[in-house]
Design a protein around this ligand. Structure first.
Ligand code: KG4
Ligand code: ZN
Length: 336
């Protein structure tokens, strides 16, 4: 199967893409960020309703941009989970509705496998084995990638995701949603050593992450400083938080590199857009003599091209076996 239509609606972006093998012919992303900004975070019901309105035009736009009609599509890939269940159901139902009348196979894709599979896309597909750090608003994990169809879960967050922590701290500092990019910008004017932050999981020998302690430390610090001082030192607070978050992510990545034989490193998820994180991981890889794959930002954040990429190596369900197929909200795999 070489022509795939892929749909991704697991959170707050409505996405569709058309792939010809590893080549992305189109990738359309309709962000709902503005609709959620007034609430300071993603409201699941609002997301589902927006997906419902947007999924058909976004699919049409992806087909038009690819110069491809549905007759040429050989399979329909869709994010089946994990994510917001109502949002996922919209994508899965849309994919079934496109696939079933044409007797096309459906390829359900795990969203996290999608983030990993973004690295398999052209122009420079990365060959396993590699270590992939995925840090987004919903997930933070270290994946040991030895083949194209799966990964070993080496570590994951025990509480908040990295992006979620950026968003919550940004909100605390009066920045808009999503807060990651705004926090990074504010941090550029601050001193990363201005405030001492807790080093999370430093005594834990494993590869799991934790961000809620760091976020709570910020909450208490702001309370102790008081509103005037917080107002004056927002940039220092942002820079100190960012440095601590980046240092935890890179420390775990370094530990995982020391423990296994990996021939490359990849970064994925929305937080991979973070400049200081990119710089720290670049320095780490240079130090260890390992190539680092940084996929373009639009393939790091949620998109359907990565779902189509994962679908190339996933099991497809022939018609009509998928008519009762259900989305799943929680990750399907257990920690390794
Ligand atoms: O992968 P993504 O688009 O969606 C999820 O799967 O969650 O990631 C979005 C997350 C948000 O939490 C956002 O604040 C964060 O990525 N993010 C950043 C930056 N750009 C986006 N975090 C830190 N620095 C950035 N420059
Ligand atoms: Zn994601």
């Amino acid at each position: 199967m070489s022509s795939i239509l892929a749909i991704e609606t697991s959170c707050d972006d409505t996405c569709a893409a058309v792939l010809d093998g590893p080549r992305v012919l189109s990738s359309v992303i309709s962000s709902q960020a503005a609709a959620h900004a007034q609430f300071g975070g993603v409201v699941p019901e609002v997301a589902s309703r927006h997906h419902l309105e947007l999924v058909a035009p976004v699919v049409e736009a992806a087909l038009a941009e690819a110069g491809c009609s549905l007759d040429r599509i050989e399979g329909v890939a869709v994010t089946a989970g994990p994510g917001l269940i109502g949002a996922l159901l919209v994508g899965v139902s849309a994919a079934k509705a496109i696939a079933a009348p044409r007797r096309l196979p459906l390829i359900p894709v795990d969203h996290l496998q999608g983030h990993v599979a973004a690295n398999f896309l052209e122009p420079e597909p990365l060959q396993p084995p590699f270590l992939c750090l995925v840090a987004s608003g919903g997930h933070t994990l270290l994946a040991g990638v030895r083949d194209h169809s799966g990964y070993e879960l080496l570590g994951q967050t025990l509480d908040d995701a990295a992006g979620e922590a950026f968003d919550k701290v940004a909100r605390l500092l009066g920045l808009g949603y999503p807060g990651g990019p705004a926090l990074q910008k504010l941090a550029e004017e601050g001193d990363p050593e201005a405030f001492e932050m807790p080093v999370a999981m430093s005594r834990d020998p494993g590869l799991d992450f934790s961000f809620s302690g760091l976020k709570t430390a910020l909450v208490y610090l702001c309370r102790d400083l008081g509103p005037d001082e917080v107002g004056r030192r927002r940039a220092d607070l942002a820079a100190s938080f960012q440095a601590a978050a980046v240092s935890q992510l890179t420390a775990k990545l370094e530990r995982a590199l020391k423990r296994g034989e990996w021939s490359a490193v990849a970064l994925g998820g929305g937080v991979a857009a973070n400049g200081p994180l990119r710089a720290a991981v670049t320095a780490l890889c240079e130090h260890r003599g390992l190539p680092l794959k940084l996929v373009p930002i639009e393939l790091c954040t949620d998109n359907a091209a990565m779902i189509g990429s994962a679908a190339r190596f996933a099991e497809s369900i022939p018609y009509p076996g998928y008519l009762a197929y259900d989305a799943f909200a929680r990750p399907k795999r257990a920690a390794a």
